[in-house]
Design a protein around this ligand. Structure first.
Ligand code: SF4
Length: 443
């Protein structure tokens, strides 16, 4: 995960150097490595790793299938619970999910590399180019609309298609994948994996995607309810939180997700200008993705600033280590005060913070950081939405992922319990599709 040597001088990087810096962060296991890793699994009865996986993949079984050279069966075990198991094998924070629960940790050893094994099984299946591993049930004659081709919407669509329904997805952007395509660091999703995975998913048949169709334009809830038997809202949280601070509108004060999207969509990343001094504000994995990519693009100084302590950051320990090994400086207990510059940002000012009676307050001690690019990674929220009940800024759903409107379901980041995890969005979509199927069949 370390910094490539040629990045340390911060000089302008060549195209080859940048390509190298954005190559696959953790290359796929070889056949021999996968075998050896699978052999470490104890195939626990009542395996805790299964309970720690939001999609409930039968982990010991798929690992055993790798060990016995049944890669097709292994991929089937994974994909039957998580159709985006390839992305999750690459980008899931396994260190706080299945791998944290692995019993081998208790022996003082590294846990089984479940994520890497999962990736191995799924990618081997995809590389074979065989027919799609699942077949559709007999047609139900029902049409379902899905809004958003992100992880929740795609997972819903695949399961609904499998259950015999015809699905139309309405997607605002020109490509499918949601955050898998637009919001994860390029080195986590190298070789256009998000698009290849969607292509594989669509192999089930019965799913059509209409691009450039944003919710709220022609695509209204009213129209969808009129034209389709059920609706799934996988809207994500696309409205970016803003900092109402002096200097927030200066050139060079940008949203971190837009920066990541620009990087992901650039055919030639060497054409992207990066500042000399980059300041990233935030404490989640998006902040780390932005900071590490800024460094790998050639920024000389990258500082990640967070308002609370390191243990309060939602970025995992693995992500924080990745930032440090890429020479990103982490500064905690600091509140942004203002940004200064003549048209373009030149300085970011912060006030040291502390907790007093459980409340975060400024200490009065301030400091300045040189900054020609400030990236804000302070979270997103749901775009304003009418027609369904909203609670705490998110769509309210019941245990079946049904909104306040019968036949309208929702899942992923846009719902009340929405966690910022691809794997949770996949599970939401899957469970909502099963519930919608029961609803549509009047069972
Ligand atoms: Fe294998 Fe670890 Fe899961 Fe046990 S907890 S089944 S050792 S991966």
């Amino acid at each position: 995960m370390g910094l490539r040597p040629h990045l340390s001088d911060g000089a302008a990087l060549s195209r080859d150097q940048i390509e190298d810096n954005f190559a696959d962060l953790t290359p796929a296991l070889t056949h021999g490595q996968a075998h050896a890793e699978a052999a470490r699994c104890l195939y626990c009865y009542d395996a805790p790793c299964i309970r720690a996986c939001p999609t409930g993949i039968d982990i010991p079984t798929f690992i055993h299938q790798i060990r016995t050279d049944n890669l097709k069966g292994s991929a089937h075990t994974i994909l039957s619970e998580n159709i985006l198991g390839g992305t999750c094998g690459r980008a899931c924070p396994t260190e706080i999910l299945c791998e944290q629960a692995c019993v081998i940790n208790a022996c003082g050893e590294e846990p089984v590399r479940i994520g890497a094994l999962q990736r191995h099984a799924v990618e081997q299946l995809m590389a074979r180019g065989e027919s799609h591993p699942f077949t559709r049930a007999a047609s139900s004659g029902k049409r379902i609309a899905v809004v958003g081709a992100g992880p929740a919407g795609l997972s819903f669509a695949h399961r609904a298609a499998m259950l015999g329904h015809d699905v139309t997805i309405f997607e605002a952007k020109p490509k499918p994948g949601g955050l898998n395509e637009y919001g994860l660091a390029a080195y986590k999703m190298a070789n256009d994996f998000a698009q290849r995975e969607v292509e594989f998913l669509l192999g089930i048949g019965g799913i059509r995607i209409e691009y450039g169709k944003a919710f709220g334009g022609d695509v209204t809830l009213e129209n969808l309810r009129r034209d389709f038997a059920a609706v799934f809202l996988g809207l994500g949280t696309t409205a970016v939180n803003s900092l109402s601070l002096p200097g927030s509108s200066l050139t060079g004060v940008e949203d971190a997700l837009s920066f990541i999207e620009k990087l992901r969509q650039a055919k030639d990343k060497s054409g992207i200008k990066i500042g000399h001094d980059v300041v990233v504000i935030g404490g989640g994995n998006t902040a780390i993705d932005a900071a590490v990519q800024a460094k790998r693009l050639g920024a000389q100084n990258v500082t990640l600033v967070y308002r609370r302590g390191e243990d309060d950051m939602s970025a995992t320990g693995w992500e924080r280590d990745l930032a440090r090994t890429n020479d990103v400086v982490l500064k905690t207990w600091s509140l942004p005060l203002r940004f200064e510059g003549d048209g373009a940002v030149g300085t970011a000012l912060f006030e040291k913070s502390l907790l007093q009676d459980g409340k975060l307050i400024g200490t009065g001690e301030s400091y300045a950081l040189p900054a020609d690019l400030v990236l804000l990674a302070i979270g997103q929220k749901l775009e304003p939405l009418d027609g369904v009940a909203i609670a705490n800024g998110k769509i309210k759903v019941d245990q079946d992922f049904q909104t306040s409107v019968p036949g309208v379901y929702a899942g992923g980041d846009c719902i009340q319990s929405g966690e910022d995890l691809t794997v949770q969005a996949v599970e939401d979509g899957k469970r909502a599709a099963i519930a919608a199927d029961i609803y549509l069949r009047g069972l």
